[in-house]
Design a protein around this ligand. Structure first.
Ligand code: ZN
Length: 197
């Protein structure tokens, strides 16, 4: 697994970095030759947000790469400082113009894609209103039933598609109200007070 920035520059001090296996580690990292800072290249978290009403789920048609022109569930990468629910609400607003209350989002499932260095976490919520619309990221926004999805060009690798299409099965079985996995949003935690380095 190659680091993302071999031979790059240190984010801490700007000096040149080199790809080496740090002492006590077991895989190559990008390490600063001047200050010794190590750049860890870890998986990114994607939050996906299927909104449901009846037997339909809200989909968008992507304007932007990757998968421009394909249909997708509103989703996006977590930013630093965001909880999963906050990221979901932000992405829903940016992509569909819908305001979803964080407390209405329930953990549906998670999926690891180590070959893509991504983790997908899906949160579901009832559609809050029909005031959705197109955006800079979505050329179309629509509530779509399971049987209609088959004819669409979906912008997902197969495993991710299975995770998200599974929401239709949960709806069909009437089990959406019974999702019971817990999701905690921890605020006010001071990392410095727990520093054990
Ligand atoms: Zn440095």
């Amino acid at each position: 697994m190659a680091p993302t920035s071999p031979g790059g520059y240190c984010r801490q001090c700007g000096a040149r970095t080199a790809v080496v296996v740090p002492v006590g580690d077991n895989r190559p990292r990008s390490v600063c030759g001047q200050c010794g800072a190590i750049e860890y290249d870890n998986p990114k978290v994607v939050v996906a947000c299927p909104l449901y009403e009846g037997d339909r789920i809200l989909w968008i048609r992507r304007r932007t790469a990757p998968y421009a022109g394909c249909w997708a569930i509103p989703s996006g990468f977590l930013e630093n400082g965001e909880t999963l629910r906050e990221a979901a609400c932000r992405e829903l607003l940016e992509e569909t113009r819908l305001h979803v209350r964080p407390e209405d989002l329930v953990l549906y499932g998670a999926l690891s894609l180590p070959d893509m260095q991504e983790i997908y976490i899906a949160l579901v919520a009832p559609l809050p209103s029909h005031d959705y619309g197109t955006s800079a990221e979505a050329s179309e926004v629509a509530m779509i039933a399971r049987e209609e999805v088959e004819s669409l060009d979906l912008g997902y690798p197969e495993p991710t598609k299975a995770l998200l299409l599974g929401v239709y099965d949960v709806i069909a079985r009437g089990e959406l109200d019974r999702l019971s996995a817990r999701l905690w949003d921890i605020r006010g935690f001071d990392p410095a007070a727990h520093d054990r380095s």
